[in-house]
Write a protein that binds this ligand. Structure first.
Ligand code: GLU
Length: 488
């Protein structure tokens, strides 16, 4: 009988949910869901000094926002609890002691300074990957007792067997590592806290993990984890190491790279849609069989196939993300659209936090007017800035039009028409434009462009009658007066 698929995303709370982490979580999630398996989130918090406040919450909260929802985790519990490594210390301790009793690990009393010195000596000799020199490997029982009696602290080191570690990586195919290049490594630190490679292997075993998808940076850790499985005679999970995410210059993403927004919470704050992000992350290192790239969560779950995981680097293409988000925004219902843009307008202080019904109806119309072009929620503030300013800021391209005598004639006709009418519906506003057309004899672009520039300062925008309706008579009159003053 094949085992039920169980996969995990195991972030260290040393930072907030990053795009790389989100991609890892997502691929594990898709794999689990595709195989009717279980997706769990486990917190690997043993690097105590590097843990950051709020890191854990950011991971869980933003995953949930993305729709990557675990069946087991620290906040919802589950049959394999606890899901936080610092709460599992006794489990690691027992296993460490077992390996020690069998002689598969040994006590190492070398000080940090000694180890540092040995590493430097090896480097000087030209050793590419320096490793432990084996000093404590052959300590006698008597020597060990003496050191312990003297209160010397020790770590536990794996007595790495000679040989080659091979495994079939689900992304890269067959991979091999020589154990002599690894050296005896620490499984338990002097403070009794396990190292990452020891704890992760034990947890994967204890939690019945069947498959592990993670970033390429963990590839060289895999042989160490295989050693732990081997030491206990257990069957390891299957591993798949996903390729790097690179920036547009094809350079490995570094946390300091400012050309890319890197944290999921930042996208959330900017008003990206979780469904779009989910879709976008799924294509970072994986591709569907067909041409269609806009895929719902359900479609992605159905189509997810590890054989289509990419072997080459995945470029984080922000333009594509913008495009994709816009595609999802275009499909939003009016209510969802308002929900997306309203907080941004309120944060920008252009719509009151306690907006009344009339104001909300106005926001609704405004949002609908910009739905087609909106790429993310916060962009509404930039796109609609001119609705909230009294004065027009004329664009560079508008200058030539402003100097034309026809524009002065249109401004005059428009002012008169506005004084004589009280337009309400967009049909009324259309009528008003027609009046100006009749009075000036201008039509088409020669008519619309100056009107748009006079009223908004811009050469492009949504349909003019709708824009005018939202700007309202009062503001339009002021803006026309602004133009006339300049042109007297
Ligand atoms: N805690 C590790 C990390 O955040 C996870 C490694 C793994 O998935 O095995 O990178």
């Amino acid at each position: 009988m094949t085992k039920k698929v169980r996969v995990r995303y195991a972030p260290s709370p040393t930072g907030f949910l990053h795009i790389g982490g989100a991609r890892t979580a997502l691929f594990n999630y898709l794999y689990a869901k595709h195989h009717d398996g279980t997706f769990i989130v486990r917190i690997e918090d043993t690097d105590v000094e590097r843990n950051v406040e709020g890191g854990e919450a950011s991971q869980l909260d933003n995953l949930r926002w993305l729709g990557i929802i675990p069946e087991e985790s620290i906040d919802i519990g589950g049959p394999y609890a606890p899901y936080r490594q610092m709460e599992r210390l006794s489990l690691y301790k027992v296993r460490g002691e077992k390996l020690l009793a069998n002689g598969q690990v040994y006590k190492c009393f070398c000080s940090t300074e000694r180890l540092q010195q040995s590493r430097e000596e090896q480097k000087e000799r030209g050793v590419a990957a320096p490793h432990y020199d084996g000093t404590c490997r052959a300590l006698t029982q008597h020597q060990i007792q003496e050191k312990e009696a003297a209160g010397e602290a020790y770590t536990l080191r794996m007595r790495v067997p000679e040989g080659t570690y091979r495994f079939h990586d689900l992304v890269r195919g067959n991979v091999a590592f020589e154990s002599k290049d690894i050296g005896d490594w620490v499984i338990m630190k002097t403070n009794g806290i396990p190292t990452y490679n020891f704890a992760v292997a034990l947890d994967d075993y204890d939690m019945d993990i069947t498959h592990v998808f993670r970033g390429e940076e963990h590839l060289s850790n895999t042989p160490k984890q295989l050693m732990v499985f081997e030491a206990f005679g257990w069957t390891p999970p299957q591993y798949g190491h996903m390729t790097l995410i690179v920036n547009e210059e094809r350079k490995k993403l570094s946390k300091r790279d400012e050309t890319i927004v890197q944290f999921v919470s930042q996208y959330r704050e900017l008003g990206f849609l979780p469904e779009a992000m989910f879709n976008f992350f799924a294509l970072l290192g994986w591709s569907p069989e067909g041409e269609q790239e806009l895929l719902s969560k359900e479609a992605l779950i159905e189509q997810f196939d590890v054989r289509r995981l990419s072997k080459s680097v995945s470029m984080f293409d922000q333009k594509k993300l913008m495009w994709m988000n816009n595609q999802y925004i275009k499909r939003l219902s009016v209510d969802a659209l308002v929900e997306l843009v309203l907080p941004h307008l309120q944060k920008a202080n252009v719509v009151p936090v306690w907006a009344n019904e009339e104001q909300l109806a106005w926001v609704k119309e405004l949002a609908l007017l910009y739905q087609e072009q909106l790429t993310y929620g916060a962009e509404i503030v930039v796109l609609t800035k001119h609705y909230f300013e009294e004065r027009v800021n004329y664009e560079e391209e508008a200058q030539a039009w402003l100097e034309a005598s026809e524009t002065t004639a249109i401004a005059a006709a428009l002012t008169t028409a506005l004084q004589q009418a009280t337009p309400n519906s967009s049909a009324d506003w259309e009528q008003l434009i027609k009046t100006v057309q009749q009075r000036t004899g201008l039509k088409g672009k020669a008519l619309f462009m100056p009107i748009r520039i006079l009223l908004t300062g811009q050469t492009h925008g949504p349909e003019l009658p709708l824009v005018m309706k939202l700007l309202g008579k009062e503001l339009l009159v002021k803006r026309l007066a602004q133009f006339s003053k300049v042109n007297i």
